[in-house]
Design a binder for this molecule. Structure first.
Ligand code: B12
Ligand code: SF4
Ligand code: SF4
Length: 425
């Protein structure tokens, strides 16, 4: 086993590279972590993340990754940047803190490479080392917990007792026999704040997240339809969700990140204009706007779908009506058309119901048709019956339709058309 001085040297190297936390653990985790993971997948709580369950043995065994691995250097780095600034307007979607800056994968991997070079310089060519981060099949929280980097909270995040949970985890697997650090004491006690705060009940069972209900899962990983009953509970989250961490008392002690790459000005920041997202027609536009940020993960379809939901929840459908209408009528993806229909259905405006009626006539995708019908029902329950026949042209002429219910009644022409100019839209 390495001496304590040598171990200390490694931790100092980690610090010099900007990692806030470093701790060691043997390259194995207790059986109970593995069974916890298998049970979680078995209960269906991994939702659509089939890739997670594909290699359960590998996730718990770093040696399938680096056969010579004896220890893990588990590392934590803060991405915290103080209070969330106020939204510029209600028509902005919220981005989870971890995604404000540059894509952390690329940023952290660069420092891990430097770390590996420094370790090789010290221990020579005999050293075998491999890095792991996020997408690599390792149960990072389980290893971090075992190394004493932090404890697993009821919100399932690893919480470092001194700096909280706004941290990324990453690891170096090495063929060095490192002196293990003691595990951290569980710190939640009788607190249940995260469970109470979770808008969807995804944490009803403490320490166990049901991804089928989690906003972070749906806005980041789910590329398809978001269950209708969840949508109203997703608030203004455009990408990720931080509700269960914002309330955690351990985060009062959060330490500001020292990594400039994670700062809001290096990426999209905490708020993204919903109009910007709803304007995106092509993958190329999407990539150009979100290049090198974590938001790329959602893909255009996912992010535009999320923007539709946030628009409805923020009651800004009126403001974004023409963009939502365009999504409903012209988007190439049924998922986007369907969620645009849902958003329009929730505006409570007669005009939107007419758009939905018209869209139903032209739509061929059965899932979207179902969403439109549900949107019409929703609109009916919000506003009561209306008469579609009030449109004299029989077709949906953009010039003829109202933008919002606040349109003064005096502007209505006798035939029911609304005398709005383009400037009114
Ligand atoms: C899939 C995934 C998700 C999924 C599922 C999350 C989940 N809770 O499982 C979704 C998309 C929902 C998600 C969301 C988020 N994620 Co994520 N995600 C992952 C990923 C890729 C795999 C996690 C996994 O295997 N989950 C399966 C469950 C069963 O395992 P687990 O949560 O890791 O828990 C293990 C142990 O902690 C232990 N355990 C848990 N509870 C208990 C209790 C007891 C008593 C015992 C004995 C053991 C135990 O058992 C589990 C299996 O070993 C990891 C990266 C990785 N390779 O590990 C990042 C990771 C967990 N995510 C991360 C982040 C930052 C987030 C978000 C904060 C992003 C956001 N703001 O939207 C949220 C947090 C939501 C939340 N409350 O967890 C960080 C977490 C850092 C931290 N401080 O914990 C990680 C580690 C990525 C990284 N490299 O930094 N994520
Ligand atoms: S990330 Fe949001 S939805 Fe998911 S468990 Fe935490 S509070 Fe609930
Ligand atoms: S909010 Fe309370 S219960 Fe939840 S993780 Fe933090 S300390 Fe634990």
């Amino acid at each position: 086993m390495l001496s304590l001085e040598e171990a200390l040297h490694i931790k100092q190297t980690a610090r010099s590279l900007g990692f806030d936390l470093a701790a060691f653990t043997p390259a194995e985790i207790p059986e109970k972590d593995k069974s916890f993971f298998l049970e979680w997948c078995g209960k269906g709580e991994a939702a659509g993340m089939g890739w997670l369950a594909r290699s359960p043995e590998r996730r718990a065994d770093p040696r399938s990754f680096l056969p010579e691995a004896l220890s893990l250097i588990t590392l934590g780095v803060s991405y915290f940047q103080g209070d969330v600034p106020d939204a510029p307007s209600r028509a902005h979607g919220r981005v989870a803190r971890y995604a404000w800056g540059e894509d952390y994968h690329e940023v952290i991997v660069r420092r891990l490479q430097e770390f590996q070079v420094l370790l090789k310089e010290k221990w020579g060519p005999e050293l075998k080392v491999r890095s792991a981060l996020d997408a690599e099949p390792l149960l990072e929280r389980a290893f971090a917990r075992r190394a004493g980097l932090g404890f697993v909270g009821k919100n399932t995040n690893v919480i470092a007792p001194r700096i909280g949970s706004w941290i990324f985890l990453t690891e170096l697997l090495v063929n060095l026999d490192l002196p293990p650090d003691p595990p951290a004491a569980q710190g939640c006690g009788g607190c249940t704040r995260c469970q109470v705060k979770c808008p969807t009940g995804a944490l009803d069972a403490p320490f166990e997240l049901d991804a089928r209900l989690c906003i972070a899962y749906h806005t980041i990983e789910n590329r398809g339809w978001i269950p209708r009953n969840l949508r109203p509970r997703m608030g203004n989250w455009l990408f990720g969700c931080d509700e269960c961490q914002e309330v955690c008392p351990f985060n009062v002690r959060a330490k500001e990140t020292l990594w400039p790459e994670f700062r809001a000005e290096r990426g999209v920041g905490p708020w993204v204009s919903l109009a910007d997202v709803l304007s995106m027609d092509t993958k190329e536009q999407f990539k150009a706007r979100f290049q090198a940020t974590p938001l790329l993960r959602a893909k255009r379809t996912g992010l535009v779908r999320n923007a539709c939901i946030a628009a409805a929840n923020q009651h800004v459908v009126g403001e974004l009506r023409s963009l939502l209408k365009d999504r409903l009528r012209h988007d190439s993806e049924p998922v986007v058309r369907g969620h645009a229909a849902w958003a329009l259905g929730r505006s409570g405006e007669n005009a939107d119901r007419r758009w939905l009626d018209e869209a139903l006539k032209n739509e061929t995708d059965e899932n979207v048709r179902e969403e439109i019908r549900a949107g019409l029902e929703e609109a009916l329950s919000l506003r009561g019956p209306y008469c579609p026949g009030t449109l004299t042209s029989g077709s949906l002429d953009e010039e003829a339709l109202p933008r919002s219910s606040s349109t003064p009644r005096s502007t209505r022409s006798p035939e029911g058309k609304l005398g709005l100019s383009r400037d009114d839209r």
